[in-house]
Write a protein that binds this ligand. Structure first.
Ligand SMILES: [Zn+2]
Length: 312
């Protein structure tokens, strides 16, 4: 039941106020006392985050488990050496590493298809039978890697998907780029199921997605690279952001100006993934610019180490 400054609302007025509040229709603010009544805050429950390096996060609340880009295998690619990654590096999956850390999942959010994001998804999807949200290109690559078709849920951005215990909103996004030509490795799309990917360059980016996970009363924006689509995220309201270093200069400043102020920004994809997951993470780049962009806005900057858990 809602209480306005005029007193108790009853019946249809109370239902209407609740509905407006729940939908967050701010345009109606100020028209009457009823609609200015603040929306009931969603009930907060503890959300446990665990970081497995790169953009591999487990979000857990009660029995609900959401995974982002679960890549735990890690193999040597040379990505962070002056020579760069060898595109012919073989894709391998180490079930013993994955089994040590992951047990169940309800949803797997694929942000883009590069090896350091999607190479383990066929194994993790089969093991957990989770719904895999991904683009059509990611789905075609996963089909080529023998992922069960009925687990795959191709999305484009704009979807609102309620699950039992959490919801997912999907946004179009962009891969970060760098260098003189503003490019990134292994771009491309696959409109049909290709031959089975064998080496890292076979896993083309295939479009990049961003997700908002609403879980335990928290809204968490998950970005897998430093880049984002400003048109998709303008004035987005979230509590927490997973933000990556790198990308074009000033990109995190632009992100923070695009979305509404947030309380907490958690660094993601900052570790050199040629190094073991069992050791503390070694930054592949200086985290200071990311930290400064975040702290300038008054938000808290949080760095979680390999296999560390943080409860929000
Ligand atoms: Zn990538």
């Amino acid at each position: 039941m809602k209480v306005s400054r005029r007193g108790m609302l009853t019946g249809a007025a109370a239902v209407g106020a609740a509905a407006v509040g729940a939908a967050g229709v701010v345009g109606l603010e100020g028209r009457s006392e009823a609609v200015t009544t603040p929306a009931a805050q969603p009930k907060r429950e503890p959300v446990e985050l665990t970081w497995f390096g790169t953009h591999a996060w487990q979000l857990k609340c009660g029995k609900s488990v959401v995974l982002t880009d679960p890549w735990l295998t890690r193999f040597k690619t040379g990505t962070f050496t002056p020579e760069g990654a060898d595109p012919k590096t073989k894709l391998v999956i180490k079930p013993e590493v994955i089994d040590k850390h992951l047990t169940t999942a309800d949803a797997i959010l694929v942000h883009h298809a590069h090896y350091d994001h999607m190479a383990d998804v066929p194994y993790v999807a089969k093991k957990t039978q989770a719904t895999v949200l991904c683009t059509e290109t990611h789905a075609n690559l996963l089909r080529a890697m023998r992922t069960q078709d009925d687990l795959l849920s191709p999305v484009r951005g704009g979807e609102y998907l309620p699950f039992d215990g959490f919801s997912i909103e999907v946004f179009p996004s962009l891969h970060s780029c760098s260098g003189k030509r503003h490019t990134y490795a292994y771009p491309g799309y696959r409109y049909d199921v290709p031959p089975r990917p064998r080496v890292i360059e076979d896993l083309v980016e295939g479009g990049t997605l961003a997700f908002v996970i609403t879980i335990g009363g928290l809204r968490i924006l998950s970005l897998s690279t430093a880049n984002f689509d400003p048109n998709a995220l303008r004035d987005l309201q979230v509590d927490v952001v997973f933000a990556a270093p790198g990308g074009e200069p000033g990109i995190t400043d632009r992100l923070m100006q695009t979305i509404k102020p947030v309380r907490k920004v958690i660094a993601t994809h900052w570790d050199d993934f040629d190094k073991p997951l069992d050791d503390p993470g070694i930054p592949w780049t200086d985290l200071a610019p990311l930290r400064q962009s975040v702290e300038r806005t008054g938000a808290e900057f949080v760095v979680v180490d390999h296999l560390q858990k943080v409860t929000l």
